[in-house]
Design a binder for this molecule. Structure first.
Ligand SMILES: NC(=O)c1ccc[n+]([C@@H]2O[C@H](COP(=O)([O-])OP(=O)(O)OC[C@H]3O[C@@H](n4cnc5c(N)ncnc54)[C@H](OP(=O)(O)O)[C@@H]3O)[C@@H](O)[C@H]2O)c1
Length: 354
């Protein structure tokens, strides 16, 4: 703690200069950003919040957690067709019933469907996509790839097959879903559900984090391939969110992981869903979707070569990167402190038992 305070005091002059410089750079960069920001040509921007009343929202992992909250948000907004996909039939039926009850008063959503499909099974996805979009096309489709799982543990304790399973679901599952549905999409948005763990390698997530980083690479490739198509691509980085999946992962989470990740707080799935749906429906959606103040800093810092569609993101990335990098070093230092402390405690315990 003393080291962090000392570093903070020593960094103060540099931080002040960085803030002042960031403000000047932000101001001066606006004219160039007006030209450089990514914009789809007007005729390729069908996303006007469901203008023709014919949108279809499809959500993998839609029977639980963030995916189910997205479905709820869409029903609340009166999206015409909402379809949830997951494996377990009983969970899908319960979720569908809940959505129908939510829709009972307004009846604005005309079709709520639940389909059992495993995102690791490409053939089954192809069949589902044909049933849902091939036979009943919609003007715009919003595909949320939320199916995912994690199993935080010390790297040493993770069996090889767990790496394979999590990669199959999180990474290949999203790629297969896109491959199956994209040919049937006339317009709309594909949103990948990454995580803060797709921006930072966090202790205990060695099986999960690489799959969420991979989604970013995939989304960047797809974004540039579809830059002249009415289908938009974006990637969301939710922080820790209070879902059944999160509850499950907490059971075996290493103490270090818990201490590091709880610094970011715990979000509500409905809040995350509201932002994701709003961002997906924008006429010119942003590529990186973030949710909290910390996440805004992190997304600016880790922007790399990703596309920028809004002035707000352009300014914070161009002007704030150096400043945010300095701030990130304080977080890293604190995480090393946490990890070392537990390592020493574990070593002491082991030497006692010997
Ligand atoms: N909760 C968080 O703190 C958090 C933070 C950042 C990112 N995320 C990401 O957000 C997404 C949703 O997380 P969550 O916490 O809401 O999860 P959750 O409550 O565990 O829900 C996961 C959903 O995915 C489905 N699913 C899992 N494997 C599948 C497969 N192979 N095929 C089809 N569906 C499958 C599950 O249903 P079945 O098991 O019945 O198939 C369920 O509907 C995940 O990608 C997760 O990595 C979560």
């Amino acid at each position: 703690m003393i080291a962090i305070i000392a570093a903070g005091l020593l960094a103060l002059p540099a931080l002040l200069v960085q803030v002042a410089t960031a403000l000047i750079v932000a101001f001066l960069s606006v004219p160039a950003l007006c030209i450089l920001l990514f914009r789809k040509p007007r005729h390729l921007r069908p996303n006007l919040g469901d203008p023709d009343g014919d949108a279809h929202v499809i959500i993998t992992g839609g029977s639980s957690g963030i995916g189910l909250s997205i479905a709820r948000e869409c029903v609340r907004r009166g999206v015409r067709r909402v379809t949830i996909l997951a494996r377990t039939v009983s969970k899908l039926e319960t979720a569908k019933k809940e959505l129908e009850e939510l829709n009972a008063q307004s009846k604005k959503t005309k079709q709520i469907k639940a389909v059992s499909v495993d995102v690791t099974d490409y053939k089954a996805l192809e069949k589902t996509a044909l049933e849902l979009l091939g036979k009943t096309p919609s003007h715009s489709t919003y595909l949320f790839c939320c199916a995912g799982e994690t199993e935080p543990a010390y790297f040493d304790d993770i069996p090889p097959d767990v790496f394979a399973r999590i990669t199959q679901t999180n990474q290949l599952g999203s790629i297969y879903t896109t491959k199956a549905f994209l040919p049937h999409m006339k317009a709309g948005t594909i949103c990948f559900c990454s995580s803060i763990c797709g921006q930072i390698g966090i202790f205990g997530y060695s099986a999960y984090s690489p799959t969420k980083f991979a989604l970013r690479g995939f989304a960047e490739c797809l974004h540039v391939e579809l830059c002249n198509s009415p289908v938009n691509v974006q990637i969301a980085y939710p922080p820790d969110t209070d879902t059944p999946g999160f509850e499950k992962e907490n059971v075996a989470k290493p103490k270090e992981t818990q201490l590091i990740s709880e610094q970011g707080g715990l979000s509500k799935p409905d809040d995350i869903a509201r932002v994701m749906v709003t961002e997906a429906f924008r006429p010119n959606p942003r590529f990186n979707v973030y949710f909290t103040f910390d996440a805004w800093m992190l997304s600016s810092l880790t922007a790399g070569f990703s596309p920028i569609a809004t002035m707000q993101d352009g300014v914070s990335q161009v002007a704030g990167m150096a400043l945010f990098r300095f701030v990130s070093l304080f977080y890293l230092h604190d995480w090393w402190r946490i990890v070392r402390k537990f390592q020493e405690e574990r070593d002491a315990e082991m030497s006692k038992t010997k």
